[in-house]
Design a protein around this ligand. Structure first.
Ligand SMILES: [Zn+2]
Length: 403
């Protein structure tokens, strides 16, 4: 076949998002061509399967999981503050070095389900300093050939209520964290303006974005959301600020919901949900209609906060659709976009999808349509950064203990 180009990888005969059959070719970890009869040094046979772009988990806590340890029963109840104390007790009893190994287990689990990009919150506080961040920066390096990872410096113990945290968050960004986190400015720290001024100040100073945990209900949460939107607008941070959970948007009704949503859309603040059980959550369809980017993520998986989760973003999309009571294909397809193109937008990924130029991340499933893939959550064959995942060793088998 003289003259024809040979690519690093060709995935033969797939249906991108359920469309027409085509071959996809990758070079140097990115999609380089689409067509028919393409030649590759490595060839993956698609056999007409549905191809999805690499899935995105917009919210994980790799540092918190207890995956890989013997089962630890959930410690029930309590406020956020009491739960933080309980989790510190559990982690204190684990063998040193376990954090990296637990996190690697969870990263491998996510990859096995086709997640190739993760936004991970990592606890930064005056008890644990930057210890967790340093382990996860190492982990990110180890996974560089297979996983895109954004790290959020997360003040799990509050900002103003734990003096010294502001300095630590700044230090975390200097060490390599990508975003500044936040936590319930009113209900946890008791000072909306003080909390938001502090974290937006760090973000502005270092030129990074923010991802804020907001569990505050109803009108209290609305006040925090409006404060976040206002600062995002003033500092020109549109497209770089996300609010995770935003339960308030599940509580607000009618015109007030639309009003808060419009402020978020105007400012360029996105929303993330994990469709929590037993709690109203932001309605994705209404927010999208108002121009708000909404995505999904796992949040806690098998950790002291909750026992559930398997890092499967098709399952997360199913949970969103299921909890919304959605049955129509167009509704379920909307849920499917939440760990795909909507998350790519929310995370500010410059290139994404089954298009030339984007990272060559792909998930193959036995399904006729995207809706069927969400409903059935079939087994996956995963390509990441231009290579079959099956050809890469599992990193969690390696010792990741630092030093
Ligand atoms: Zn979280």
């Amino acid at each position: 076949v003289t003259g024809a180009e040979t690519y690093d990888l060709v995935v033969r005969d797939v249906r991108p998002l359920g469309g027409e059959r085509v071959d996809l070719a990758a070079r140097a970890g990115h999609w380089a061509a689409m067509g028919h009869g393409l030649l590759g040094r490595t060839v993956v046979e698609g056999r007409g399967r549905l191809a999805l772009p690499g899935l995105i988990d917009g919210h994980m806590h790799l540092d918190k999981t207890l995956l890989g340890l013997p089962w630890i029963p959930h410690i029930p109840g309590g406020t956020v503050r009491e739960r933080v104390a309980a989790e510190k007790q559990i982690y204190a009893e684990l063998p040193p070095g376990s954090l990296g190994q637990r996190a690697a287990r969870l990263a491998d689990l996510a990859l096995s389900h086709g997640t190739t990009t993760i936004r991970c919150h990592v606890d930064v506080d005056v008890d644990r300093w930057l210890d967790g961040l340093i382990v996860l920066l190492d982990l990110r390096e180890q996974y560089r050939d297979r996983l895109t990872m954004q790290l959020v410096a997360f003040p799990q113990s509050g900002v103003l209520s734990a003096p010294g945290t502001i300095e630590l968050l700044g230090a975390a960004i200097r060490e390599g964290a990508d975003l500044v986190g936040g936590l319930d400015p009113i209900s946890f720290d008791g000072d909306l303006d003080g909390h938001l001024d502090a974290i937006f100040g760090i973000a502005d100073h270092h030129g990074v974005g923010l991802d804020i945990h907001l569990h505050e209900p109803g009108e209290m949460g609305a006040q925090s959301l409006l404060g976040i939107a206002e600062r995002t607008k003033v500092l020109g941070l549109g497209g770089r600020v996300n609010v995770s959970h935003a339960f308030s948007l599940g509580d607000l009704q009618g015109e007030r919901l639309l009003e808060v949503a419009r402020h978020l859309a105007e400012a360029g603040v996105s929303i993330l949900t994990n469709a929590p059980g037993g709690r109203a959550f932001p309605p994705p369809d209404i927010l999208l209609e108002q121009g708000v980017t909404i995505m999904c993520g796992s949040d806690n998986i098998r950790d002291p906060w909750q026992p559930y989760g398997n890092a499967d973003q098709l399952e997360r999309a199913m949970l969103v659709a299921y909890r919304m009571g959605w049955r129509r294909d167009d509704q379920i397809e909307l849920a499917a976009r939440m760990p795909m193109d909507l998350a790519a937008k929310g995370l500010g990924l410059p290139e994404y999808g089954l298009v030339v130029g984007a990272p060559a991340d792909l998930v193959l499933v036995e399904a006729g349509t995207v809706t069927e893939a969400v409903v059935g959550r079939p087994p996956r064959e995963v390509i990441t950064k231009g290579r079959p995942l099956a050809s890469l060793p599992e990193i969690s088998d390696l010792k990741l203990v630092r030093g």
